[in-house]
Design a protein around this ligand. Structure first.
Ligand SMILES: [Mg+2]
Length: 362
C-alpha cells in the first residue's frame, strides 16, 4: 500500500453555543482535513484544528507544514513500513504538532485498513465504550448555572467547568453551579494557566472548604511553570491535572518524575498524534499516573482517533472528548457513535471514517 497523494481541505462546523475559556472565545470549528491516498484506493483520514492560543498552530501553519514538509516526506512511502513512516512524520519538521497529528492518524487509519483491524484493537483493545464529560464555558455565574443544569438534563454525569477569566469570581461561579445541580454530578475545573501558584492553592482550598467537591483541577498555572505546578499539587486538597504543561512524551516523563501533577491530559494535537500519545500512556502506566484523554474544539475525525486510543488503554481513566457534541451538526460519515455522554468506538478496519460532507479542497 503505497502513499500516492496527501490531499488537504477545510470544513466549518458551527457550535451550538460560543466556547469561552480563560484563553479564547470561539463560535465555530474551522478545521483542516487531511486525506492520505494510496495506490490500493484506500484513503486515510486526519483532521487538525487551528488552536493558536494553545499549540501555536494556525490554519496557515498547519497547511504549510503538511504541504511543504510532511507530504513531501511520506508520498511514495509504503504504509507497511509503518514505524519508519510514523517517525518520518515526527522528524521532518520541528513543532507543528497539530499537522503531525492529522497525518499520523491518517496513517494509523490506513495501517488498520491494510491488516483489516480496528485501530483500538491494534493499540490495546481495552473496551468498546467510554463516557465523556462536557465543557461549560466561562460566563456570568447565573448563565453558567443554567448551562450546567441543561447539561445534567442531557444526561452528563461529569461537568468540566472553565474558570480563570476573572479569578475573584471563580468561587462564586462554582458555588452557583454546585447549588444549581446538587451534589450527584461530578465537577472538574480547568483554569487554562490563569492562576499563579499561591493564588491557585488559596482558591482551590477555598472551594473545597465551601463543599464544592471538585474532582480535579486542570492546569492551574502557566504551562512552563513545572515547579509552580508541583507547588499546587503538594498543597491543594484538589488533585491537579497537567494539560498545557504536557506536550511531548518527554514533558510527561519530567512531570511524572517530579511528582508535579496527579494526572496527565493526553491530546493528540499537543503530542503530534497517536504514535507519541501511546508513549505518554506507556510512561503513565510505568509511573502509575492516570490519564485523561482530551481534545481541542474538533469535529469527529480527530476526536474519533482519540476515542480509539481511549478504548485501547486502561490507564486512560478520564475522558474529555466533547468536541462533536458541542457542534450543531456532524459532517463526518462513519467513526465512533456519540450519544451525548456515551461514545461507542467503531469496529470497522482502521479508524472507520467513510467521508466528509461539505469539504472545501485546497
Ligand atoms: Mg485543559
Amino acid at each position: 500500500m503505497k502513499i500516492t497523494e496527501v490531499k488537504l481541505g477545510r470544513i466549518s462546523v458551527p457550535l451550538r453555543v460560543p466556547f469561552k475559556t480563560a484563553l479564547r472565545s470561539v463560535n465555530s470549528v474551522e478545521d483542516v482535513i487531511v486525506e492520505v491516498h494510496t495506490d490500493t484506493g484506500a484513503v486515510g483520514y486526519g483532521e487538525a484544528p487551528p488552536t493558536g492560543a494553545i499549540t501555536g498552530d494556525t490554519t496557515g501553519a498547519i497547511i504549510g507544514a503538511i504541504q511543504d514538509h510532511i507530504a513531501r516526506s511520506v508520498v511514495g512511502r509504503d504504509v507497511d513500513d509503518f514505524e519508519d513512516v510514523l517517525q518520518t512524520v515526527q522528524k521532518c519538521v520541528v513543532k507543528n504538532t497539530s499537522a503531525k497529528a492529522a497525518v499520523d492518524m491518517a496513517l494509523w487509519d490506513l495501517y488498520g485498513q491494510l491488516y483489516k483491524i480496528p485501530v483500538h484493537k491494534l493499540m490495546g483493545g481495552a473496551r468498546k465504550r467510554i463516557v465523556t464529560d462536557i465543557t461549560i464555558s466561562v460566563n456570568p455565574p447565573e448563565e453558567m448555572a443554567r448551562d450546567a443544569v441543561n447539561a445534567v438534563a442531557r444526561g452528563y454525569e461529569t461537568l468540566k467547568i472553565k474558570v480563570g477569566v476573572n479569578p475573584e469570581l471563580d468561587v462564586a461561579r462554582l458555588t452557583a453551579v454546585r447549588k444549581a445541580i446538587g451534589d450527584k454530578t461530578r465537577i472538574c475545573i480547568d483554569a487554562n494557566q490563569a492562576w499563579n501558584p499561591k493564588q491557585a492553592v488559596r482558591l482551590l482550598n477555598q472551594m473545597q472548604d465551601r463543599g464544592l467537591d471538585i474532582e480535579f483541577v486542570e492546569q492551574p498555572v502557566q504551562a512552563h511553570d513545572f515547579q509552580g505546578l508541583k507547588y499546587v499539587t503538594e498543597r491543594s486538597y484538589v488533585p491537579v491535572l497537567a494539560d498545557e504543561s504536557v506536550f511531548s512524551p518527554e514533558d510527561a516523563v519530567t512531570i511524572m518524575r517530579m511528582g508535579a501533577a496527579d494526572l496527565v491530559n493526553i491530546k493528540l494535537m499537543k503530542c503530534g498524534g497517536l504514535y507519541n500519545a501511546l508513549k505518554i500512556a506507556s510512561a503513565a502506566e510505568v509511573y502509575g499516573v492516570e490519564c485523561m484523554i482530551g481534545c481541542m474544539l474538533e469535529a469527529k475525525i480527530s476526536v474519533n482517533a482519540a476515542v480509539h486510543l481511549a478504548c485501547a488503554k486502561k490507564i486512560i481513566t478520564k475522558v474529555d472528548l466533547d468536541g462533536p457534541v458541542l457542534c450543531s451538526e456532524d459532517p463526518i460519515l462513519g467513526g465512533a457513535v456519540f450519544q451525548e455522554q456515551l461514545i461507542t468506538v467503531s469496529d470497522e478496519p482502521g479508524l472507520g471514517i467513510k467521508g466528509v460532507e461539505g469539504i472545501r479542497y485546497l
